[in-house]
Ligand binder design. Structure first.
Ligand SMILES: [Zn+2]
Ligand SMILES: [Zn+2]
Length: 143
């Protein structure tokens, strides 16, 4: 039985398309330097999904950086148009992050937290009425 589609998206040139069948596990806005460099902007708006709920087609190129916590973070982008389409992190197996700007509709986006606010500049406004963290907060304990 097909699960219904929650959202769909594509890169700017359309070579990469995807559909998402589950709802987001969490949503954050990240001001870290890697996200700033990867997007060329002040922050990225990310939705986290279960990997098995996201179906991506088309060619991607990945670039890996090491995060503060020592995990490997790989951002995948379109080799033709450069759109950053999704990311994987070795510290979060089973989870895929998608910058919501590549989605066809992202009016549902509602961040649960803002992270790496120590790199937020005054000109780049993200919400302050939700939890704000100077860096990445520790993951919730599993017990
Ligand atoms: Zn493209
Ligand atoms: Zn970041």
């Amino acid at each position: 039985m097909d699960k219904s589609t929650f959202a769909s998206g594509s890169c700017a040139c359309g070579a990469i398309t995807y559909t998402i069948t589950g709802t987001p596990k969490t949503m954050v806005q990240c001001h870290c330097h890697d996200c700033q460099k990867a997007t060329g902007t002040g922050h990225v708006s990310l939705a986290f999904f279960a990997k098995e709920d996201v179906n991506i087609s088309g060619p991607t190129t990945g670039y890996t950086t090491t995060t503060d916590s020592g995990n490997q973070s790989t951002r995948y982008f379109c080799p033709t148009c450069g759109s950053r389409v999704y990311g994987l992190n070795s510290g979060r197996p089973g989870t895929i992050t998608l910058p919501v700007g590549c989605m066809d509709d992202h009016g549902w986006f509602s961040p649960n937290a803002v992270v790496y606010t120590k790199y937020r500049n005054d000109w780049d406004m993200t919400r302050t009425d939700i939890p704000n963290f100077e860096e990445m907060p520790p993951p919730p304990s599993k017990s």
